[in-house]
Unconditional design. Sequence first.
Length: 107
Amino acid sequence: MNIRGTIDRPLTHDPKKQAPMKPSTSEPAGSAIPDFTSHGANDSRQNRTREMQLIPEALARAHMHEQLHQAERERRAVRLATARRMQRRAERASLRARRALAMAVMQ
């Protein structure tokens, strides 16, 4: 019992085991529209997964960038506080020197 499959009821549902479609002789070669290819869908899906895999790396990079900026701001704040402290110290030393000079002149 050799039953042949039809289009509606194929012998097998596996496309690799089905007979290949033969081009029609009534149509000239190359007149049919090209088969739909899912390269774009696969590429975008691949890009999405690649982007999703790179999200933690991008987050870590952004976090490190923010930490570097925060550390730089803290260093600037420390330098500013040190500069102000040194300026006050210099002003006090200047006042002491002026007092000492005034005392020397007065005697």
